[in-house]
Design a protein around this ligand. Structure first.
Ligand code: ATP
Ligand code: MN
Length: 590
């Protein structure tokens, strides 16, 4: 700074400290310089030939209006902005930054994962006797929803909002149109990344079947609003509205629509909805990968030799498998170009990175840094993956994989299931995760989540299981169980299965290379273990061989069997003899 400037500044500052009003004026002036204002954004919109009506901008169906849904809005409403505009809006408002890859980086705030206990379904005529009210499907009365809905709309009425039209279901027969109203611009971009994207022409006539209202900064008052906490995700199947508040975690929107489809497709369309990824080989053979969070659906379905159908949610019709979504939502923890090249290179301009950290002093993402959460994520449109099916559909599955991340290290890394075992495992939905990253916690957390997706399944699990059973018997399909979790001991002693081995096992199964090898039944679980597998050391195929302490293995296996049997008691009266015979053997001594 030059001397004269410095003198001038000192005189100015002295003057400011004497005159409060001038000070305020100065700061206001400064603010308008720093923050790009509405006029500038409007100008940019008009340069892009976007329609401009009152305080609404962007592209929309001329008959679409916010007042139709009860939102008497007085601020700016940005309709169907492009990803570039949404990135600009996010950054200019200080709500995100760019990574060196060009991806937008955001912090979702207090919530960095879903809050399953705060997810409610309106109990009314449509749902009272159809929804399986249990520890993941919590009822809420219509009046409670209506009041909160109005409160959220009042809250949004004076705020800038971002509105967009998308759809779900790649098979046009089952298409549902979704309109999302977001309080934050990056939330709106997430929807565009994850749902399917209509053309500009389609938008001009599109009417929504479902509406998502997403107000992360609105906090409910549990005492007044009937929620459990300040955050909530509510579904009203009659009004076809998903209302989300108090949480910025984007997965709530995506899994909200998944829940809707899990209600509607099996009941009304005879389509089995599934929490699975799917891909197609060169011979058009379709494989699907069921699994709970973190078991490997996204990672293992991204296979350069196979075209990706989708990474998380699919429907199985009479003659096809189709993706519900238009994007992927991948975990980022320890992501590397070597291990997961397809996902790694999908992180570019248009992608959104959630809750990651940079290497200090840089904009290079440190994927090993999970100080905010282990659940660091990236969302991107499916087209960011090189080898995909267009549209996201394939024929009937030839292979089904059940993925489990068994941190007890008991289950084999690959095994083949009989139809009875397949049904038993599907209803059980087992996985065991590492309890946490806190020091001293070494015992894995056991989860039984039916259909490999209980939190998103509004109907009774047997509805989905029966449909899967019918479909599996109608056509010849191989069912495999893959343990992507621990080997050589439980968490703490053993290690997680090498990703390259898991990939090799899946490739071998898909190529038919495990059709003519020898198998041996697991002593407790009865699952058939191949004795050899190309590109995998034979000694790791039987988990017991990998444990130094065989007695400890037997104890762990027996304990796990007890847990399986105990968990299955609730389905016992609905299961036939073949399914019941697939239960693990419980050793009376345990
Ligand atoms: P969600 O339903 O939450 O999206 P997901 O089933 O898609 O979960 P992934 O995102 O694929 O789970 O996560 C699997 C994680 O486990 C990845 O971070 C991957 O790198 C890691 N991993 C480590 N070893 C293996 C393995 N042997 N097989 C699969 N994934 C592995
Ligand atoms: Mn996934």
């Amino acid at each position: 700074m030059r001397d004269s400037d410095s003198n001038g500044l000192q005189i100015f500052l002295k003057h400011l400290s004497q005159n409060f009003d001038t000070k305020r004026h100065f700061f206001l002036k400064l603010m308008t310089k720093v923050i790009p204002n509405k006029k500038r954004l409007d100008y940019l919109c008009s340069r892009n030939n976007l329609s401009h009506q009152m305080n609404e901008s962007g592209i929309k169906n001329p008959s679409a209006s916010l007042s139709k849904i009860g939102l008497n809005h007085t601020a700016n409403a940005y309709w169907n902005l492009s990803p570039a505009e949404l990135v600009e809006h996010t950054i200019s408002r200080g709500l995100g930054v760019l990574a060196d890859s060009g991806a937008l980086v955001v912090d979702t705030g207090k919530f960095r994962g879903r809050a399953p206990k705060d997810k409610f379904t309106v109990r009314d005529e449509k749902t009272a006797n159809t929804v399986d009210w249990n520890n993941v499907n919590f009822p809420i009365e219509g009046e409670v929803f209506d009041k909160l809905y109005q409160k959220v709309l009042n809250y949004l009425s004076s705020k800038d909002i971002w509105v967009r039209d998308n759809f779900a279901c790649a098979d046009p027969i089952y298409r549902i149109n979704i309109r999302t109203i977001n309080e934050l611009p990056w939330g709106n971009l997430f929807c565009d990344n994850m749902f399917l994207r209509p053309s500009l022409e389609e938008i001009k006539t599109q009417e929504p079947d479902w509406i998502i209202i997403n107000a992360p900064k609105f906090l409910a008052d549990p005492a007044v609003d009937g929620t459990r906490e300040k955050n909530f995700a509510m579904i009203d199947f009659t009004k076809r509205i998903i209302l989300i508040g108090g949480t910025g975690y984007t997965g709530e929107m995506k899994k909200g629509i998944f829940t809707v489809l899990n209600f509607w497709l099996p009941q009304e369309k005879g389509v089995l909805s599934m929490h699975c990824s799917a891909n197609v080989g060169k011979d058009d053979d379709v494989a699907i990968f069921f699994g709970l969070s973190g078991t490997g659906k996204t990672t293992l379905s991204a296979d350069p030799d196979r075209r990706l159908i989708g990474d998380d949610e699919h429907g199985w019709t009479e003659d096809s498998v189709f993706n519900f979504e238009g994007g992927c939502y991948a975990k980022c923890v320890n992501l590397s170009a070597e291990n997961e090249p397809q996902i790694y290179s999908a992180i570019k301009f248009g992608s959104i990175l959630e809750n990651i950290e940079f290497y200090p002093g840089s904009r290079k993402v440190d994927f090993t840094n999970i100080s905010k959460t282990e659940n660091t994520r990236v969302s991107y449109p499916i087209e960011f993956i090189d080898n995909i099916m267009k549209p996201s559909m394939g024929g009937l599955p030839k292979n089904i994989f059940f993925l489990t991340c068994d941190a007890f290290g008991v289950l084999p890394p690959i095994s083949k299931l009989t139809p009875g075992q397949a049904m038993y495992q599907f209803l059980s939905g087992y996985t065991a995760k590492v309890a946490g990253t806190e020091a001293g916690i070494t015992e894995p957390q056991l989860t039984f989540s039916t259909c490999f997706g209980a939190p998103f399944m509004p109907l009774h699990p047997t509805k989905y299981a029966e449909m899967l059973g019918e479909k599996m018997t109608k056509q010849k399909v191989n069912v495999w169980m893959i343990n992507t979790g621990w080997s050589g001991g439980s968490y703490g002693t053993g290690k997680r299965m090498k990703l390259s081995y898991t990939r090799a096992m899946i490739t071998a199964a898909l190529r038919g290379e495990l059709d003519n090898v020898q198998y041996q039944a697991h002593e407790v679980f009865g699952l058939m273990i191949p004795q050899t597998c190309p590109n995998v050391p034979a000694e790791i195929l039987n988990p017991r061989n990998t444990w130094a302490d065989k007695t400890l293995y037997d104890t762990k296996a027996a304990n796990l069997a007890v847990q399986f049997v105990h968990n299955f008691e609730k389905y016992a009266d609905k299961a036939n003899a073949e399914i019941l015979a697939a239960a693990p053997k419980v050793n009376a001594k345990v």
